[in-house]
Design a protein around this ligand. Structure first.
Ligand SMILES: C[S@@+](CC[C@H](N)C(=O)[O-])C[C@H]1O[C@@H](n2cnc3c(N)ncnc32)[C@H](O)[C@@H]1O
Length: 203
């Protein structure tokens, strides 16, 4: 069962603030709060990811792994009108803000906020986007990616942004070694944008 994380409270989180960000030509207002990643505004790596890629407007099933307060998930839902976007995070405050921000953008009905354990392992995504939680450590990051990459549709792609100094190139090599062909599709401001594809059925 998928689980909508709705908050009835208009004040999820403490030290709330409103930030604005322009993504794919649309200006968004995002509420952030203490304890949530990049609470002062759109993260530079997230910005590199979003500026490097066009929204997959024809997609129907999308996922944002590590959604935080929701800039990627909300912009994807807004620019991909046929898509349902699963927005996944371990931080309940982030999920509440993501749901609230989806409401502000008018896409609450298509952004489904979930803790990882609430996600459907049988779901298959056209695209998974992520500014992944590098700070959880290399082993945990590898486990996270190995949890989500098998959920790509056969022609799907996982798009992620990783700092060059935070192991982007070695992560790209590791993914390819694991059987997930991974290309660098953009590079800016010290960050790499990677695109990983599903394992070949021959593996
Ligand atoms: C680098 S932040 C990106 C947040 C947001 N996407 C943005 O661009 O502002 C990574 C996010 O991953 C979340 N996270 C950490 N461990 C996770 C896990 N195992 N599964 C899903 N999300 C996780 C963190 O709580 C955090 O919100």
């Amino acid at each position: 069962m998928t689980d909508h994380y709705f908050t009835n409270s208009p004040s999820a989180g403490t030290n709330r603030q409103t930030t604005t960000a322009t993504i794919w030509g649309t200006e968004y207002q995002f509420i952030t709060a203490s304890g949530v990643f990049a609470r002062s505004g759109l993260d530079i790596a997230t910005n590199v990811l979003l500026r490097s890629l066009d929204p997959p407007t024809a997609a129907s099933r999308l996922c944002d792994v590590g959604c935080g307060y929701g800039p990627i998930a909300v912009a994807l839902a807004d620019h991909c009108p046929r898509a349902r976007v699963d927005a996944v995070d371990v931080n309940d405050a982030a999920l509440a803000l993501c749901a609230e921000n989806a409401g502000l953008a008018g896409v609450a009905d298509r952004v489904i906020t979930l803790r990882p354990e609430q996600s459907d392992p049988a779901a298959r995504y056209d695209e998974i986007w992520s500014n992944p939680p590098i700070r959880i450590g290399k082993q945990a990051l590898h486990e996270l990616l190995l949890q989500w990459l098998p959920r790509l549709a056969s022609d799907g792609v996982m798009r992620m942004v990783v700092g060059k100094n935070l192991g982007a190139d070695s992560l790209q090599s590791w993914l390819t070694e694991q059987g997930y062909p991974c290309d660098r599709v953009a590079s800016a401001k010290g960050f790499r944008v990677l695109a990983a594809r599903p394992r070949s059925s021959a593996l």
